[in-house]
Design a protein around this ligand. Structure first.
Ligand code: WQD
Length: 342
């Protein structure tokens, strides 16, 4: 009998890649998604890669009655990986209430039902944005949590606090919070990848859509930061590396190897790359110039952040393997696949 894992947001970018890795490691995956930022065809991609079509339930985790009905139906869940959330930094600045409502209500509905139905293990999709602009780099898990620079980052900070406070009264719960840096790229088969709705908020899909001729040019948000080339620095991590870290975290929880009932891990490469360095790496990989222009900074952005990965390497036993260039190539292959470009 396979261990059944609920993946909320499982037709999303990181959720779909994680579902593939879980299935390939012998887990049974059940997906909840409201398809607000993904499409049902993602299930076809998961099936093409693994030969397995995960069970799928379409509803919004903010609807408490539907969440309860789900738990009444799926009584064999061993653990939950909670991805379902809005995640665009820029958009969250423009629509803060939508972000607080969606990201916090959905989490609390999940936690209430985990308690009622006795599901004890949670992997929470957190973010390096909980650190704000760190005082020291690379940033470690015990860096002070500073005021988030965006409502999105604040929803992740508050979510971690909600989980922590809930665990004070529910000590039987076990949680691992994974603080992602910047996930990019696509599965090597190009059967799944990033599918942003409308104009992409994130850098790499905007780069690949510009290269595909869908966008006229990339806007580089600022070149007046205190960085080597003036553009902002992030830690770009391959989405398959990231997905594999979730399987390691689930294994750790189910084998009860976590030495405290609430652990945090930075999931990055440990290397920072600037926006202009990403552009240059993409041009090298694709052997084509990218149209871009420098514009003003984007509100909500921090200047620079990259991960101290020692705890994830030593305690979780996980390390990112794929290079920035290989990852950008996977993103470009995915873009060409979905646009029918040879
Ligand atoms: C990266 C850099 C932009 C678009 C992401 C996720 C968030 C969280 C943290 C997981 C910034 C610049 C972007 C463009 C640009 N990850 N940029 N032109 O803001 O770091 O947040 O990582 O939780 O969910 O969204 O990522 O890709 O939006 O921006 O110059 O058209 O690229 O200013 O410096 P960000 P991003």
């Amino acid at each position: 009998m396979k261990d059944q894992i609920l993946v909320t947001g499982g037709t999303g970018y990181i959720g779909s890649h994680t579902s593939v890795e879980l299935i390939e490691k012998g887990y049974e995956v059940v997906i909840i998604d409201n398809l607000s930022n993904s499409s049902i065809e993602v299930l076809d991609g998961i099936e093409k890669i693994t030969g397995v079509r995960p069970a799928f339930e379409q509803f919004d985790l903010c609807e408490a009655d539907k969440v309860k009905s789900f738990f009444q139906k799926y009584t064999g869940l061993k653990a939950i990986i909670h991805f379902a959330a809005f995640k665009a930094v820029g958009e969250s600045v423009d629509q803060p209430l939508m972000y607080y409502q969606n990201n916090l209500i959905s989490l609390m509905n999940l936690l209430r039902n985990m308690d009622e139905f006795g599901v004890k293990h949670l992997v929470f999709s957190s973010s390096c944005t909980v650190y704000g602009q760190p005082d020291e780099l690379p940033v470690t898990e015990n860096a002070p949590v500073k005021p988030a620079e965006s409502p999105y980052g604040n929803t992740k900070q508050i979510s971690e606090e909600i989980i922590r406070d809930n665990m004070q009264v529910k000590p039987e719960l076990n949680t691992i919070a994974l603080r992602y840096f910047n996930p990019i790229g696509a599965h090597s088969t190009s059967h799944i990848g990033e599918l942003p709705r409308g104009v992409p908020n994130n850098l790499v899909p905007f780069v690949t859509q510009t290269a595909a001729g869908i966008r006229k040019e990339l806007m580089v948000f600022g070149d007046d930061y205190n960085t080597p080339d003036g553009s902002a620095v992030r830690d770009y991590i391959n989405v398959v590396d990231l997905a594999q870290a979730h399987v390691v975290a689930i294994n750790r929880l189910l084998q009860k190897k976590n030495n405290s009932n609430f652990e945090f891990f930075n999931l990055g490469t440990g290397t920072g790359s600037s926006v202009l360095e990403v552009v240059k790496a993409f041009e090298k990989v694709t052997d084509q110039k990218l149209n871009y222009k420098i514009v003003d900074r984007r509100s909500g952005d921090i200047e620079k952040v990259w991960a101290d990965t020692r705890v994830a390497n030593e305690v979780l036993g996980w390390k990112a393997k794929r290079s920035l260039e290989d990852t950008l190539e996977s993103a470009w292959n995915w873009e060409k696949k979905i646009r029918g470009i040879k």
